[in-house]
Each structure stands twice: as C-alpha cells, then as structure tokens.
Design a binder for this molecule. Sequence first.
Ligand code: ADP
Length: 535
Amino acid sequence: MAVGSLRSAVTVWRRSIQARVVLSTVLLSAVVVSLVGWTLMQQITDGLVRDRVDAAVAEAARSSNDVQSSLSAAPYDVDVGSQLPALVSTVVSRGAVRGYDVALIGPLSESDTPRVGGGEFSTPGLLLSSIPERLRAVVEEPEGAVTSWTFTGIERSGEGEGSRSEVPGVAVGTRLVVPADGATYALYHLFPMSAEQRTVDLVKRALFTSGALLVVLVAGLSWLVTRQVVTPVRLARRVAERLASGRLEERMQVRGDDDIARLALSFNQMATSLQKQIRKLEDMSAAQRRFVSDVSHELRTPLTTVRMAGDVLHDARERFDPVTARSAELLQNELDRFELLLTDLLEISRFDAGAAVLHLEDVDLAEVAHRVARSVGVLAERRGTRVRVQEPGAPCVVEADVRRVERIVRNLVTNAIDYADSSDVLIMLDCDAEGSALAVRDYGVGLRPGDEVRVFNRFWRADPARVRTSGGTGLGLSISLEDARLHGGWLEAWGAPGEGSQFRLTLPRHAEDALTRSALPLVPRDAFVHRAGAS
Ligand code: ADP
C-alpha cells in the first residue's frame, strides 16, 4: 500500500509540471520563511533578554547598595543580629512589590557564629536550589567577584504537598560585609522572566501562523499561475495525441492574443499544413497503387494472347532452324518471368488496397516445410544443394492461411537455394505457448550490414547483376512480409558476409494475436562458430 502510494506520487512528480513547480516553490518558500522567522525570533529574544538582564542587574545593585549602606552606617555597638532580619525583610517586601525574590545566605565563614536565625532569609516559598551552584561559588568565595549574575530556573514550592513550579529568570548575587565584625553574607536577587517568556511565545506563535499562511498562499499562487500555463499545454498535448492517432482534422482552440493563443495558432497552422501534405501523399500513393493495379490488369489480356502465340511457337520449335528455335525458347522463358512478375504485382496491389484476406485453418508447419522441401527438390539438386528439415519433438500447429504460409516458406527456401552457393539449406521449426517459428538457414553469401532490412524492400536486390535461376521478380520477400503481417506474425532476416543467412518466420498460435517472442533465435546458434574456433 505504502509502496503503491509512493509509486503514484513519483508518477505524479514525473508527469506533472504543475506538481513539480508547486512543490518546489512551497519547499523553497518554507525554507526562506523558516530562515527569516528564526532570525527574527533570535533578534527579538536577544533584545528582550538583554533588556531584562540590564534592568535586573541595576535593580539588584541598587537594593544591595541600600542594605550595605545601612549595615555600614550602623554604629559598632548595635547588634547586627537584630538589625539584619529587619533589613532583609524590607528588601523581601520591596521585591514582593516589584516582582522579584530575595534570599540571604550567611554568615559565610564557618568560624563565624551564626547570629541570624538559621542564617538564611528569603522570600517565602522560594527554594534555595533556584540559586545555581556556579553563581554561589563565585559570590560566596572571599576572593570571588562581589557581584555576579547568571540565568536560572526560579523554583517555588506551591500550595499543595510536594508541588513546585519553575520559571526562567536571572539570579544576581552580591557579597555583603558587616563592618562591625567583618562577617560576610550573600544576598541574591532572583528576577523571573515569565513576562519575556510570554512575549517570546506570543511572537513565536504569530511568526509560525503567519509563516504557515504565507507558504499556503505561495502554494495557491504558484498553483494558479502554473495552471494558466499548463492547462493550454495539456490541451495541446491531447490535440497532438489525437492528430498522431490519425484524426487530422483536430485543432486547438485559439482564445485571445497572448503567447498561448499564438502557440495554438502556430500549432493549428502546422496541423493544417501536415494534413494537406499527408492528404497529398495519400492521394499520390493511391493514384500510384491504382496505376500499378490498372497496368497489371491491362497487361493480362495482351499477355494471354502473347502467351498463346508463344506456346504455339514453342511447340513448333522442332521445325524451326536452330536460331529461330532458340528465340522461341527464350521467348517462352521470358514469358514465364513476365507472368510471374504480373502475378506478384497484382498480389502487391491487393495488399496495398487492403483487399488481402486470410482463409484460416489449423496448419502444421512441419507438413508445410516437408511439402516445400519436396517441391524444390529438383531445383536444389540442380544447384547442388540439399534441403533438410529439422523437426521439433511436438507438432507446431498455428491458425493460418496455408496458401500464404506455404508461399512464404517456398520463397525463403528458393532464395536460400539461390544464395547457398551449393551448401545445405536447413529448415528449423519450434513452437511455444505463444506460437510457432520456422527458420530457413543457408551457409552461402550471407547479407551485408543493413541488408537485413533492405531485403524486404520492393525490387531491392543485393546484386542486380546476379544470374537468376528461380523466382526472381524482386518482390518475393516484400510479399512474404505482407503475408506474415496479415497473420500478425513477424518475418525477420539475419545474415553476415561469408556466414550465410537465416530468415525467421514467427506466427502466433491464433492469427492476429500479439506476439512478444519467438521460439527460435534470429541469429543462428552456429553463426561465427568456426571463426570463433579459429581465433
Ligand atoms: P528476388 O529473390 O526475386 O530477388 P526477394 O525479395 O526474394 O527477391 O529477395 C530480395 C533480395 O534479397 C535478393 O535479391 C537477395 O539480394 C537478397 N536475399 C534474399 N534471400 C537471401 C539469402 N538467403 N541470402 C542472401 N541474400 C538473400
């Protein structure tokens, strides 16, 4: 589930410019807003704390000075022990009014006899653990600084049993000396910073809310802006897809006079000119096809007459002188080729007109292979080659038009015999769940790089000067390819100079089912074997 949603998120990210723009704008603005917010927070907090510390230190100094002056002003015979509690309680009550806590610790020297109650006076409820050890170490040390301050957490015991509260604050400590006997005390002023804390919290909340709102606003804006650009692009894509699928009359809507409208205008102009060109080409190619078809049909009637006259001459050649007899034979041969060419041309024009139809039945490819091997036996013998059929274990049956399949195989085998240079021609068969494959392998001249595609072009020949002994209209393989395609099959070629060639026909089990693989390899397993062995 998590993987599925991650995958769909990745798909949206990859496909949608809008999602990418919105997300990256949101991320960038979130980073910028965070940075600005953090800097602002830092500056506000620093300013508030600095002011509070300055005020606290000044107030503590004033208060300590008061106490110290009162102590110094007391005559020597007055008992400090009775004077100190009154002094400190004055400071404590002043602190209560002004909102700070006070604690007196002393006398500090162990040798001094404690004179003031337990030696500690403080605001009621204040816990002495509020005074950090590090501050006490400085202030209560005879050699330490007389006044020092630090941040702390001010702890108080609450109403309930064991309840306590803590607020952040500043602790300022001052060492007092009683001139009468030289005893030292530490007086601590603790200033809570809860008001500053509240201000900082408020500012933090305000900054966070406005930052979040700003990011949402930026997201909304970028979504709106990209939508304005992306929507026409998406429309253009849809129209382009429809054009590509052959609906040439599709056009984009042109609204206004902005860049998008001009893009739509140019797009439509391009579509119109493409449509015109395509129509022109279609018309030309239809005219060409019609011409070929018409010419072929027109030629049939005179050819039949010429054929009959030729047959008469051929049959009577015994009575002619040798030169005329030879001419009658040549005439007969060329008439054969002419007839073949005309038949192939008519077949091709049927394919072009989309008039070719399949007569389907279950066909065993092994049977077809044997039939073809038998029928070309005489030709093979004449060319000094042998056609062998390598059968698979199981029968390879496909739903096909047997006449067309046999025509393909015969064409491949006669070609192989023609180009085998007297080596053996092998017909291999195999099948799998998808369909069956038949490969015709020869060990003759082979094909040059690129020829494996060109061989299927109409009238293409690797060597036009080559002496032809069979078939040979130059249309054989293009007709075979059309036949294979009509079944939803493949016809492919492989060849290398000196390595021979292999032509592979793959047919689906059921005509027109989609093929994804072939049961036989296109490049034969024995290709390059001898060369690899030699090196
Ligand atoms: P044709 O055989 O009448 O020339 P095809 O369409 O059957 O026409 O073949 C086209 C060309 O493909 C041939 O002229 C030849 O150059 C090449 N070709 C076909 N089969 C082979 C093969 N087995 N080996 C080498 N070249 C081949």
